[in-house]
Design a binder for this molecule. Sequence first.
Ligand SMILES: [Zn+2]
Length: 166
Amino acid sequence: MTEQKQNPEENEDVRLYQKIADRAAELLQEGRKSIDEALKKAGDEIASGGEYTREQAEKAGAYLRRDLTEVGRKLKQSRDTVIAAAEPHRLAAGVQSGLAKLLTSTADFLGDIADRSEKVLEFHTGEVTSPGTLTCKDCGKELRLKATVRIPPCPSCHKTIFRKSY
Ligand SMILES: [Zn+2]
Protein backbone atom coordinates (compact mmCIF):
# COMPACT_ATOMS: atom_id res chain seq x y z
CA MET A 1 0.00 0.00 0.00
CA THR A 2 1.46 3.28 -1.08
CA GLU A 3 0.24 6.73 -0.17
CA GLN A 4 -0.57 8.81 -3.17
CA LYS A 5 0.01 12.51 -3.46
CA GLN A 6 -2.33 13.94 -6.04
CA ASN A 7 -2.01 17.31 -7.69
CA PRO A 8 -5.13 19.48 -8.15
CA GLU A 9 -5.59 18.52 -11.79
CA GLU A 10 -5.61 14.83 -10.85
CA ASN A 11 -8.13 15.45 -8.11
CA GLU A 12 -10.36 17.20 -10.61
CA ASP A 13 -10.51 14.07 -12.77
CA VAL A 14 -11.34 11.97 -9.74
CA ARG A 15 -14.10 14.40 -8.75
CA LEU A 16 -15.48 14.27 -12.28
CA TYR A 17 -15.55 10.47 -12.20
CA GLN A 18 -17.49 10.61 -8.93
CA LYS A 19 -19.88 13.23 -10.26
CA ILE A 20 -20.73 11.09 -13.27
CA ALA A 21 -21.16 8.05 -11.00
CA ASP A 22 -23.53 9.97 -8.72
CA ARG A 23 -25.61 11.34 -11.56
CA ALA A 24 -25.72 8.02 -13.43
CA ALA A 25 -26.90 6.32 -10.22
CA GLU A 26 -29.72 8.86 -9.88
CA LEU A 27 -30.77 8.29 -13.48
CA LEU A 28 -30.76 4.53 -12.94
CA GLN A 29 -32.87 4.87 -9.81
CA GLU A 30 -35.44 6.77 -11.82
CA GLY A 31 -35.63 3.45 -13.65
CA ARG A 32 -36.09 4.44 -17.26
CA LYS A 33 -32.52 4.03 -18.44
CA SER A 34 -30.02 1.28 -19.13
CA ILE A 35 -26.57 1.67 -17.58
CA ASP A 36 -25.18 2.73 -20.96
CA GLU A 37 -27.85 5.38 -21.39
CA ALA A 38 -27.44 6.63 -17.83
CA LEU A 39 -23.68 6.98 -18.20
CA LYS A 40 -24.03 8.81 -21.49
CA LYS A 41 -26.69 11.18 -20.20
CA ALA A 42 -24.78 11.89 -16.99
CA GLY A 43 -21.66 12.73 -19.01
CA ASP A 44 -23.63 14.93 -21.43
CA GLU A 45 -25.29 16.85 -18.62
CA ILE A 46 -22.03 17.46 -16.80
CA ALA A 47 -20.23 18.50 -19.99
CA SER A 48 -22.98 20.94 -20.87
CA GLY A 49 -22.70 22.47 -17.38
CA GLY A 50 -19.49 24.07 -18.64
CA GLU A 51 -17.25 23.19 -15.69
CA TYR A 52 -15.70 20.31 -17.60
CA THR A 53 -15.11 19.76 -21.32
CA ARG A 54 -16.93 17.04 -23.24
CA GLU A 55 -13.59 15.30 -23.72
CA GLN A 56 -12.98 15.20 -19.95
CA ALA A 57 -16.49 13.92 -19.32
CA GLU A 58 -16.17 11.20 -21.97
CA LYS A 59 -12.85 10.04 -20.57
CA ALA A 60 -14.16 9.88 -17.01
CA GLY A 61 -17.30 8.11 -18.28
CA ALA A 62 -15.12 5.51 -20.01
CA TYR A 63 -13.17 4.86 -16.80
CA LEU A 64 -16.40 4.45 -14.88
CA ARG A 65 -17.86 2.14 -17.50
CA ARG A 66 -14.80 -0.07 -17.31
CA ASP A 67 -15.08 -0.36 -13.53
CA LEU A 68 -18.74 -1.33 -13.88
CA THR A 69 -17.76 -3.88 -16.50
CA GLU A 70 -15.40 -5.59 -14.11
CA VAL A 71 -18.05 -5.68 -11.39
CA GLY A 72 -20.52 -7.16 -13.89
CA ARG A 73 -18.10 -9.89 -14.86
CA LYS A 74 -17.62 -10.90 -11.22
CA LEU A 75 -21.32 -10.66 -10.53
CA LYS A 76 -22.17 -13.02 -13.37
CA GLN A 77 -19.72 -15.60 -12.08
CA SER A 78 -20.97 -15.36 -8.51
CA ARG A 79 -24.61 -15.37 -9.59
CA ASP A 80 -24.18 -18.80 -11.14
CA THR A 81 -22.33 -20.06 -8.07
CA VAL A 82 -24.96 -18.69 -5.68
CA ILE A 83 -27.88 -20.11 -7.64
CA ALA A 84 -26.25 -23.50 -8.03
CA ALA A 85 -25.45 -23.67 -4.31
CA ALA A 86 -28.80 -22.37 -3.06
CA GLU A 87 -31.15 -24.10 -5.42
CA PRO A 88 -29.67 -27.18 -7.08
CA HIS A 89 -33.07 -28.87 -7.48
CA ARG A 90 -34.76 -25.92 -9.04
CA LEU A 91 -31.78 -25.32 -11.28
CA ALA A 92 -31.94 -28.92 -12.49
CA ALA A 93 -35.65 -28.53 -13.18
CA GLY A 94 -35.08 -25.24 -14.97
CA VAL A 95 -37.32 -23.37 -12.54
CA GLN A 96 -36.24 -20.05 -11.13
CA SER A 97 -37.24 -18.68 -7.73
CA GLY A 98 -37.58 -14.99 -6.98
CA LEU A 99 -34.04 -14.96 -5.60
CA ALA A 100 -32.63 -16.55 -8.70
CA LYS A 101 -34.57 -14.18 -10.94
CA LEU A 102 -33.33 -11.19 -9.00
CA LEU A 103 -29.73 -12.35 -9.11
CA THR A 104 -30.02 -13.15 -12.78
CA SER A 105 -31.48 -9.85 -13.83
CA THR A 106 -29.03 -7.81 -11.75
CA ALA A 107 -26.03 -9.74 -13.00
CA ASP A 108 -27.23 -9.70 -16.60
CA PHE A 109 -27.76 -5.97 -16.39
CA LEU A 110 -24.10 -5.38 -15.55
CA GLY A 111 -22.74 -8.44 -17.29
CA ASP A 112 -24.10 -7.35 -20.67
CA ILE A 113 -21.56 -4.58 -20.64
CA ALA A 114 -18.82 -7.07 -19.79
CA ASP A 115 -19.76 -9.31 -22.69
CA ARG A 116 -19.52 -6.48 -25.16
CA SER A 117 -16.11 -5.24 -24.08
CA GLU A 118 -13.49 -7.89 -23.62
CA LYS A 119 -10.46 -5.67 -23.82
CA VAL A 120 -10.88 -3.99 -20.48
CA LEU A 121 -8.52 -6.07 -18.44
CA GLU A 122 -5.60 -3.68 -18.37
CA PHE A 123 -5.48 -0.62 -16.18
CA HIS A 124 -2.83 2.02 -16.81
CA THR A 125 -1.03 4.67 -14.81
CA GLY A 126 -2.82 8.00 -15.21
CA GLU A 127 -6.32 6.51 -15.52
CA VAL A 128 -8.97 7.01 -12.84
CA THR A 129 -10.47 3.97 -11.15
CA SER A 130 -12.69 2.95 -8.25
CA PRO A 131 -11.49 1.15 -5.07
CA GLY A 132 -10.04 -2.33 -5.55
CA THR A 133 -6.68 -4.05 -5.84
CA LEU A 134 -4.33 -3.36 -8.72
CA THR A 135 -1.57 -5.88 -9.42
CA CYS A 136 1.46 -4.76 -11.42
CA LYS A 137 1.69 -6.93 -14.55
CA ASP A 138 5.46 -6.68 -14.46
CA CYS A 139 6.52 -7.35 -10.86
CA GLY A 140 3.30 -8.49 -9.15
CA LYS A 141 3.25 -5.69 -6.58
CA GLU A 142 -0.27 -5.07 -5.23
CA LEU A 143 -1.75 -1.64 -4.68
CA ARG A 144 -4.86 -1.55 -2.54
CA LEU A 145 -7.02 1.41 -3.49
CA LYS A 146 -9.41 2.50 -0.77
CA ALA A 147 -10.84 5.39 -2.73
CA THR A 148 -11.35 6.40 -6.34
CA VAL A 149 -7.95 7.63 -7.50
CA ARG A 150 -5.80 8.33 -10.49
CA ILE A 151 -3.55 5.29 -10.90
CA PRO A 152 0.10 5.97 -9.98
CA PRO A 153 3.12 4.15 -11.48
CA CYS A 154 4.02 0.87 -9.76
CA PRO A 155 5.72 1.83 -6.48
CA SER A 156 8.19 -1.06 -6.88
CA CYS A 157 9.22 -1.14 -10.52
CA HIS A 158 7.64 2.07 -11.89
CA LYS A 159 5.88 0.25 -14.73
CA THR A 160 2.42 1.37 -15.76
CA ILE A 161 0.21 -1.65 -16.50
CA PHE A 162 -1.99 -3.38 -13.92
CA ARG A 163 -4.67 -6.01 -13.53
CA LYS A 164 -7.56 -5.23 -11.19
CA SER A 165 -9.44 -7.33 -8.68
CA TYR A 166 -11.93 -6.56 -5.92
ZN1 LIG B 1 5.80 -3.34 -10.61
